[in-house]
Design a protein around this ligand. Structure first.
Ligand SMILES: Cc1cc2nc3c(=O)[nH]c(=O)nc-3n(C[C@H](O)[C@H](O)[C@H](O)COP(=O)(O)OP(=O)(O)OC[C@H]3O[C@@H](n4cnc5c(N)ncnc54)[C@H](O)[C@@H]3O)c2cc1C
Length: 423
């Protein structure tokens, strides 16, 4: 780890400090920078020990209630945990990416699944023995979440799914260790003026007959976490594998995005801190014209600007996670209590979109800056910067929703629904 320490643990609870410390110790032993870089470069074999390690630390799906196999942590606790995981895995791949997907979507699957799915998939995933993810994106696009074409038709007490999902995280890993996906399909005709209606979510085990995984893409980054897809040819799932109620899939999906996006914001804070610390070590040491680089304003000022943005982002992520805790506190809705400290889901979604838009971009831009501060060394993959840049870029271009889509949500909540651009 870097010698410069830009962390600030004041204000954390003893339990939160303990989590950070144990993740840090575990990361130093199991994910030194050389291994992160190597995993990003080589990709395979899938480092199962990393998932097992995270599970042993008890941090996968921490907010799942204890009676369902989780730790019953708050989203604020979990965001502080994910921040530290982003710090130790700035490639946002096996540790940080896998954790974000499983925690955000796994938690939400657990809210809407039956006991059988919980026993067979959620609890083992929390133990690091299986993987659960989300499959909503289709070849025609991902931003228009209600615009997909996959279908499900009822046949007796089963549903028959057909269609294709693409750019899906973790399919190869899921095939390897077992698990399944939250899959969105249409269970009725597409209504032009309300395409989100008739959208239903199912849990589909990866080894279901008719589900044909595709070859992974050759991604720019995140080398140790695959992105691919699958075709569904008459995939049969029992009625009881429907998540929640028929026709409500769109709303559950938005909830899942909210949870996953908090994790992404938090991990991007950690990535940014790692980049700044590694860069600080270098610019304090490296001399040109007889002085350390850190003395030159052309280097020092952008450095402190990024640091300031990192601290602001950290506060924003933690505030947003607290809002999500209010959301899951059953007495916490503003409408019910009239308490102005509480928030409606759409207001929370605005804050979540602000962190999803802002923080991965901050991490990417900080990595880009740091490469300039270091000169030729910054361009070398011996350092963390290009690995981090390639990893966080996935969250700028699309993973868990592209930046423009976040801006549409923020605009809707600040200017009003009349200004939604696609209506
Ligand atoms: C590494 C990686 C992992 C992923 N993992 C998963 C996964 O596990 N599960 C899953 O379901 N999906 C996954 N995705 C897909 C992701 O959800 C999509 O990339 C995202 O929803 C955007 O969809 P798209 O890529 O089809 O881009 P498009 O929808 O084709 O959009 C292209 C660009 O146009 C912008 N745009 C679109 N509409 C508008 C508009 N109205 N106004 C302004 N700009 C607009 C978008 O922001 C984007 O920049 C992953 C993507 C990546 C890169």
């Amino acid at each position: 780890m870097a010698e410069t320490d830009l962390s600030d643990e004041r204000g954390l609870t003893e339990e939160q400090k303990l989590f950070r410390e144990s993740i840090s110790d575990w990361g130093e032993r199991n994910l030194p920078l050389e291994r992160v870089i190597e995993m990003n470069r080589e990709g395979h074999p899938f480092p199962e020990d990393i998932i097992q390690g995270l599970a042993d630390l008890g941090v996968i799906m921490g907010p799942v209630p204890e009676e369902h196999g989780g730790m019953g942590l708050s989203w604020k606790d979990q965001s502080i945990i994910e921040e530290q995981i982003g710090y130790i895995d700035p490639s946002i791949a096996t540790a940080a990416g896998f954790m974000a997907v499983e925690t955000g979507w796994g938690f939400t699957i657990n809210r809407y699944c039956n006991e059988e799915i919980r026993e067979k998939y959620i609890k083992p995933a929390i133990r690091g023995e299986k993987f659960v993810g989300i499959a909503t994106t289709e070849p025609k696009g991902g931003s228009d979440v209600a615009g997909f074409e996959s279908t499900a038709e009822k046949d007796g007490d089963e549903w028959v799914l057909n269609g294709e999902k693409t750019f899906i995280s973790g399919v190869e890993e899921c095939q390897k260790i077992g698990g399944g996906y939250w899959v969105n399909v249409r269970t009725g005709p597409k209504i032009d003026e309300a395409p989100h209606k008739n959208m239903t979510a199912f849990f589909v085990p990866i080894d279901t007959d008719g589900l044909e995984p595709q070859e992974p893409y050759d991604d720019a980054g995140r080398g140790s976490l695959s992105t691919s897809g699958f075709v569904m040819n008459d995939v049969r799932v029992p009625e009881k594998y429907m998540l929640g109620e028929q026709g409500k899939g769109f709303y559950y999906t938005m909830e899942g995005f909210d949870n996953a996006r908090i994790m992404i914001g938090a991990s991007a804070v950690g990535v940014t801190r790692r980049i700044l610390e590694e860069a600080a070590d270098y610019i304090k040491e490296r001399e040109t014209f007889g002085r350390p680089l850190a003395k030159y304003e052309a280097i020092q000022f952008p450095f402190v600007e990024r640091y300031t943005e990192m601290e602001a982002s950290k506060l924003m992520v933690r505030k947003t996670a607290e809002m999500q805790d209010v959301r899951y506190d059953e007495t916490g809705w503003g409408e019910k209590t009239g308490d102005p400290k509480t928030y409606k889901p759409t207001e929370i979604a605005k804050w979540i979109s602000m962190i999803k838009y802002k923080v991965p971009h901050l991490a990417k831009d900080t990595a880009d800056d740091a490469m300039h501060w270091l000169g030729a060394a910054g361009y070398s993959s011996e350092y963390v910067f290009e690995t981090a840049w390639r990893g966080v870029m996935s969250y700028c271009v699309g993973a868990e929703g592209g930046a423009n889509i976040q801006k549409i949500v923020i605009g809707r909540e600040t200017l009003g629904k009349d200004y939604v651009p696609y209506k």
